[in-house]
Write a protein that binds this ligand. Structure first.
Ligand code: NAD
Ligand code: UDP
Length: 323
């Protein structure tokens, strides 16, 4: 089946987590490049609203399969992007055992599928594999500083185990695997109740509510706009089969949460004040990607500034809240 697709020069792509924030943008991008899509999602944190617009496209081959990746998967495709996993701390901590199972059993199931069907496969890994980093910025060679028994471990250790599985399937079974370590990415289609910082601050400011700063707001993150990430995920998938090393993707522009809140309040206006709340356990103090590898290997750098990305995201949430 895969060979037949390649003969006719189109690619059938499976996207797990395709009804989520990143997955739905990835699907739009791949459709614009002529791919046929199979979207696999159990709608845990995603929504059909994120993919509904695709059904109105003419001549697009798009299939939605409601499926939990902790269960084996039987679908044919040329390539698999594995994005299925809750990504927001409150959401992945809501059912931590299930989060761990999603990362580990999910990775196993999609890797088995890739092995059986000879598909290439990309894992949406995360900067969280570096934990609360003591090396700054973080290069791919850094092994990280992860608490294995804390409240973030279900996500961090699950993603680390998934990376291990990807590398072992490559070494042991010759599967063409790719690992992308994604740093904080934001944009339209984040869920209003997602719980991550950018959506929280924007929604709070638009509603005239207080902005919730956890801790003293001096912790930093580096924020990447969604379009920059999606473009390079596709590039990584298309690297030569011999390349399977982890690769950092993110925007090195680093901001404290106080700076972020200030930017958003200035852009939106209104009456919101800062409300300081306790810092969650193990919250990383700083994070910035070293993107040297992405630059040298893929000639990639992010293009969208935080200011421009925030303007797009604020416009999206303004409309979503009005609707
Ligand atoms: P999201 O919550 O919007 O999307 C996750 C999707 O996976 C949702 O549609 C959800 O319903 C689906 N899902 C969850 N568990 C599932 C399961 N067991 N079976 C099938 N589907 C399941 O989050 P996102 O920001 O779009 O993140 C997508 C991926 O990228 C995740 O794997 C996440 O870990 C990774 N990532 C994201 C970021 C970021 O900043 N957005 C950073 C690092 C890594
Ligand atoms: N954060 C905050 N207020 C919020 C949500 C998050 O101050 O309403 C902080 C959080 O403590 C962390 C940073 O913002 O230091 C980024 O949090 P997010 O959940 O977006 O991502 P992650 O911690 O996984 O990088």
């Amino acid at each position: 089946m895969c060979g037949v697709n390649r003969y006719f020069n189109y690619t059938r792509t499976i996207v797990t987590g395709g009804a989520g924030f990143l997955g739905s943008h990835l699907i739009d991008y791949l459709i614009s490049r002529g791919h046929d899509i199979v979207c696999v999602d159990n709608l845990l944190t995603g929504s059909k609203n994120n993919i509904r617009h695709i059904y109105s496209h003419n001549r697009v081959s798009f299939e939605f399969i409601r499926h939990d990746v902790t269960q084996p998967l039987n679908v044919q495709g040329d390539e698999i992007y594995n994005l299925a996993c809750p990504a927001s701390p409150p959401q992945y901590q809501h059912n931590p055992v299930y989060t761990l199972k999603t990362s580990v059993l999910g990775a196993l199931n999609v890797l088995e599928l890739a092995r059986e069907t000879n598909a290439r496969i990309l894992q949406a890994s995360t900067s969280e594999v570096y934990g609360d980093p003591v090396l700054h910025p973080q290069p791919e060679s850094y092994w990280g500083n992860v608490n294995p028994v804390g409240i973030r471990s279900c996500y961090d250790e699950g993603k680390r185990a998934a990376e291990t599985l990807f590398m072992d399937y490559r070494r042991h079974f010759g599967v063409n695997t790719k690992l992308v370590r994604i740093f904080n990415t934001y944009g339209p289609r984040m869920n209003i109740n997602d719980g991550r910082v950018i959506s929280n601050f924007i929604v709070q400011a638009l509603r005239g509510q207080n902005i919730t700063i956890y801790g003293d707001g001096s912790q930093s993150r580096s924020f990447c706009y969604v379009s920059d990430l999606i473009e390079v995920m596709h590039q990584v998938m298309n690297t030569e089969p011999e390349f399977g090393d982890p690769i950092n993707i993110g925007n090195p522009g680093e901001f404290t949460m106080l700076e972020l809140a200030d930017k958003i309040i200035t852009k939106i206006g209104g009456t919101s004040k800062l409300e300081f709340q306790p810092l969650p356990q193990d919250d990383p103090k700083q994070r910035q990607p070293d993107i040297g590898l992405a630059k040298s290997k893929l000639n990639w750098s992010p293009k969208v500034t935080l200011d421009d990305g925030l303007d797009e995201t604020i416009a999206y949430f303004r409309e979503a809240l009005e609707a």
